[in-house]
Design a protein. Structure first.
Length: 261
């Protein structure tokens, strides 16, 4: 997605979060574009099940899963960015890395754009576009079914990765984490895709902002004994961190910058 279109989409969804409804003429004036452009943006967002168009504007779509990629990108930005910056030095030029479709991995991907000669395995359409357009990385996007709201590909990841060799580092997130079930997701197909991505990885790092500790979730994706480490921000409760560490997985707590989240 072009940078200007992405910025407009974020602005539109911000207005929708704040007011519950947006009006085409108001958006056109605030964004400095024509009503035709706004209608095209609304149509694109509706196609990804992010909102529902109504006469003269749009309203929020009913949420049935973890939420749209665009909506999640606006939540807890400073925490996710802090975690991404702390993890990025693990990746060196020429590494083979796997990144899932989470917004935390999107923050990490932006930190990795200067790396040279990366091979990136991802089920994220957004990350595939980002690396293709702004780096020299070779991108492997496994086949499967597109989840429009999450902008991810799910389904046949395991078959595509089988026999292709080891991946240096795998980075993934989720909707929750527990000592009993490891990293978890609300959507079964996302949990399965992450499990497949983690399979060939020498190291698997879970990148989870502090809100994910103790959060409700449904489907296990990667068990704790498969994780090399967990990375989170300093908002995580000490008891929740201690529970994961007691299960044998190091937890790296990253200080946040105190910016907007």
């Amino acid at each position: 997605m072009p940078e200007d279109e992405f910025s407009r989409s974020q602005a539109i969804l911000g207005e929708l979060d704040h007011h519950g409804r947006v009006v085409v003429t108001d958006l056109a004036a605030k964004l400095g574009v024509s009503p035709v452009t706004v209608r095209k943006d609304l149509q694109a967002l509706e196609q990804r099940s992010v909102l529902r168009r109504v006469r003269g504007g749009a309203v929020a779509a009913a949420r049935t899963d973890e939420g749209s990629f665009e909506a999640r990108m606006r939540r807890r930005r400073s925490e996710k960015d802090a975690v991404a910056r702390a993890v990025a030095p693990l990746v060196r030029d020429g590494d083979v890395v796997a990144l899932d479709s989470s917004t935390t991995c999107h923050h990490l991907a932006r930190q990795l754009l200067p790396r040279r000669g990366l091979v990136v395995v991802t089920n994220s359409l957004a990350l595939a576009s980002l690396f293709t357009e702004r780096s020299d990385a070779r991108v492997l996007l496994p086949g499967g079914t597109v989840r429009r709201a999450a902008r991810s590909v799910v389904g046949l990841v395991g078959d595509v990765l089988a026999g292709r060799g080891r991946i240096d580092h795998g980075f993934l997130s989720g909707n929750g984490i527990s000592a009993a079930h490891g990293v978890m997701d609300l959507a079964l197909e996302e949990a399965e895709a992450k499990r497949y991505l983690a399979g060939p990885c020498r190291q698997v790092h879970a990148l989870l902002d502090s809100s994910k500790f103790g959060a409700f979730s449904l489907h296990a994706s990667v068990p704790l004994d498969r994780l090399t480490a967990v990375w989170t921000d300093d908002g995580a409760g000490p008891d929740a961190v201690a529970e994961i560490e007691a299960a044998g997985v190091p937890v790296h707590v990253v200080p946040t910058t105190g910016g907007p989240s």
